[in-house]
Design a binder for this molecule. Structure first.
Ligand code: NAD
Length: 347
């Protein structure tokens, strides 16, 4: 029986089909496990190499395994009986991490290589891979007033060193598993995901969370200033986690998108300075900005062209940045207070 049609979501799947979610101790995959659980899926296997107490989210009723998925045998174990596999496991972080630890980023290629083979051998019907906007040609991102990146802009290839090349290579692996082995693979290029239950301190955090934390810290310590990485003029778009989850679900169940990389991001372009304005406004404060131009800053500008997702899914991420940031700020503020009070936090 054909369970679903093009452009539909997991709602038409059997609720006891086994879903395997890799990287579920982290931000997006942890939220994805909760998303499917809340939609009534009874067999979800969540996997991460982090010890269980360090996972950002624990979803009751979800099988949670601590396995290093860069090892082939662990991938075989992870994919046993899987109907759908979502690979979001990767060694990654914000610019500070991906510019400094290129080898770690490149080694994530082992995860996708073993996971996709294990999924295929296990007879999985669908395989989702989380790629990144870092796979795009960096030559097209040298100006803050960038033209939004469309899917064809990944080639000719000049991805971001380390992390971006790993994503681009793994995308190709996914495409070939469809072409040669007939496994349905799906590839979304995420553009900066943010929201509650993400990394907010410790070196892997990204700009939205880092700025929230710095503003909260400044307020708490009575400081009147913060340090911003770069000169504040770089531009990006930021996608709220709920949009990312819905997008993953729609993309992974759309027959028109098999083996076809697609942008998953908003097209609401802002400068880093504008992002700080938003956070200050939410916090009800105004701080002096010191710009650290020696800090890692990535490309000058990057935005998502959503023509393709609108055309195929008749949908696109739409949560306004101000709205998503207010929820994120409130969550980080609570984490900050909990940590100060000696309570356990997700970081
Ligand atoms: P995250 O760091 O919070 O989660 C990734 C998880 O993968 C971590 O919990 C980590 O422990 C786990 N992991 C790493 N190596 C592993 C291994 N060998 N075996 C098992 N687990 C392993 O990151 P995230 O923000 O949730 O990102 C999820 C995916 O989305 C990643 O593939 C990332 O590259 C991609 N992505 C994220 C963003 C973003 O803005 N968050 C943007 C573009 C792409």
């Amino acid at each position: 029986m054909e369970k679903r049609q093009s452009g539909t979501s997991s709602l038409l799947l059997n609720k006891d089909d086994l879903m395997v979610i890799a990287g579920a101790g982290g931000f997006v995959a942890g939220a994805l496990a909760r998303y499917f659980h809340e939609r009534g899926f009874t067999r979800i296997r969540a996997i991460d190499k982090k010890p269980l107490p360090e996972w950002y989210q624990h979803v009751p009723g979800v099988e949670s395994l601590c396995l290093d998925l860069s090892e082939k045998e662990n991938c075989v174990r992870a994919c046993e009986g899987a109907v759908e596999v979502y690979n979001l496991a990767a060694d990654m972080g914000g610019m500070g991490f991906i510019e400094r630890f290129r080898i770690e980023c490149l080694r994530s290629v082992l995860i996708n290589t073993h996971m996709i083979e294990a999924a295929c051998r296990a007879g999985a019907q669908r395989y989702f891979f989380s790629s990144s906007a870092c796979a795009y040609n960096t030559e097209l991102q040298k100006d803050p007033n960038v033209r939004a990146l469309k899917e064809s802009d990944a080639y000719p290839a000049m991805a971001e060193r380390g992390y971006g090349w790993e994503k681009l290579f793994s995308e190709m692996v996914c495409q070939e598993y469809w072409a040669e082995r007939g496994m349905k693979t799906f590839i979304a290029r995420f553009h900066n995901v943010y929201g509650p239950h993400g990394t907010w301190d410790g070196g892997r955090e990204k700009a939205p969370a880092a700025i929230c934390r710095k503003v909260i810290e400044a307020k708490d310590r009575g400081k009147k200033e913060i340090t911003i990485w770069g000169d504040g003029t770089a531009t990006r778009s930021f996608m709220y986690i709920d949009d990312c989850l819905k997008g993953i679900d729609m993309i992974a169940h759309c027959e028109d998108l098999i083996a076809t990389p697609i942008n998953l991001g908003t097209s609401e372009l802002v400068t880093v300075n504008q992002l700080v304005d938003i956070v200050e406004d939410i916090a009800g404060t105004k701080l002096h900005r010191n710009y650290d131009v020696t800090a890692p800053r990535g490309v000058a500008g990057r935005n998502s062209d959503n023509t393709m997702i609108q055309r195929i899914l008749h949908w696109g991420p739409h949560t306004p940045l101000r709205e998503g940031m207010a929820k994120t700020f409130a969550w980080i503020e609570q984490q900050y207070a909990d940590r100060k009070a000696g309570k356990r936090t997700v970081i």
